[in-house]
Design a protein. Sequence first.
Length: 403
Amino acid sequence: MDLTYSAADEAFRAEVRTWLEDALSGEFAGLRGLGGPGREHEAFEARVAWDRHLATSGWTCLGWPDRYGGRALPLLQQVIFHEEYARSGAPARVSHIGEELLGPTLIAFGTDAQRERFLPGIRNVTELWCQGYSEPGAGSDLAAVATKARLEVSRGSTDRSQEWVVDGQKVWTSLAHVADWCFVLARTEPGSQRHAGLSYLLVPMRQDGVEVRPIEQLTGGSEFNEVFFTGARTDADLVVGEPGDGWRVAMGTLGLERGVSTIGQQVGFARELEGVVALARHNGSLDDPVIADRLVRARMGLEVMRLNALRTLSGAPRQARGPDASASIAKLVWATWHRRLGELAMEVAGPAGITAAAAPYDLDAWQRLFLFTKADTIYGGSNEIQRNIIAERVLGLPREARS
Ligand SMILES: Cc1cc2nc3c(=O)[nH]c(=O)nc-3n(C[C@H](O)[C@H](O)[C@H](O)COP(=O)(O)OP(=O)(O)OC[C@H]3O[C@@H](n4cnc5c(N)ncnc54)[C@H](O)[C@@H]3O)c2cc1C
């Protein structure tokens, strides 16, 4: 695999770097380093404005086809953008669920009318989205979804047009409290079971039938929520794919989770690791050979992750990689690495890791990292689920018993 960048790629990198430097030195200078998992509450409105500034300057939806408002950039240039974005310290995006999950799902499975209606709002960051899959009884076992939806004649309709009426509860819905819309997996065929009879509905959040209750996290923030649908309504044509075929569409979206932006994520990880090394140098724990050894191992792990991500993105022939579980391998590796980094940060911090310096006794960056990285090995498919996938699809081990 050739890992060298062409002159055009290097020119693109310089363009991105210059644009970000300029953009982050004026009005948006204060946003560097803000937001991200566990810190979504930070400067939220200002980050929406930042995302809109990116959009008007042509830096959103880089991989989307140009007929849908994207830039159809080659994969390597998307990687370069995410690397430079992370390196610049630009704030975490607020519109990533729409841009990375729903938008590509609509491009792959939606109707022209759905694309025309929703893609501009995602691209221009005028409508924010959340993902309504998990339920109290359906997480790893997503096919156990119990939220129901049925078609009814629309309220006040004179032409007997229909709409979906949704009842049920979702949980862990990230950013539901700020979202305008939710893509909801719901059971639309009464009596259906498991993967059959589900539909993928686009439901407006700002209506009487939707109640959002924030869940307070270990870190003190509340960036995910319980969402209750009680007679919530959405138009009959806002189903993606055929009614009853929602499982296929939902799996299509899951396949998109953690795409090219994982490379940028790794640049962020590298910065965190540098911070832990600096802390170890500062408080003398770098002299402890066990700590020094673990820091070196963390650095090596990061490099392995980077090379593996590049290998996956480079599209090495499928037969060379074996059965495709690359997304599961990448998720298992980065989530475990990141959780261990949080643990290592606490060891490096020593007693300071379990105390707060002064009122108002906020968590410091390392305490927050330690606590939030517990979530990494759960969301987007837990480590155990990723191991099951690897065991069954790559190693050919017997399938686990399923109900
Ligand atoms: C930070 C965060 C953000 C999230 N955001 C969203 C969101 O925006 N939208 C959304 O829909 N969901 C979201 N989720 C939910 C997430 O997808 C689920 O938490 C995840 O799928 C696990 O489901 P669960 O929590 O119900 O745990 P369970 O499925 O109940 O699992 C509990 C434990 O049992 C293990 N386990 C389960 N089944 C098996 C098995 N077959 N073999 C071995 N072990 C097993 C799991 O690994 C886990 O350790 C988010 C979660 C987190 C933590």
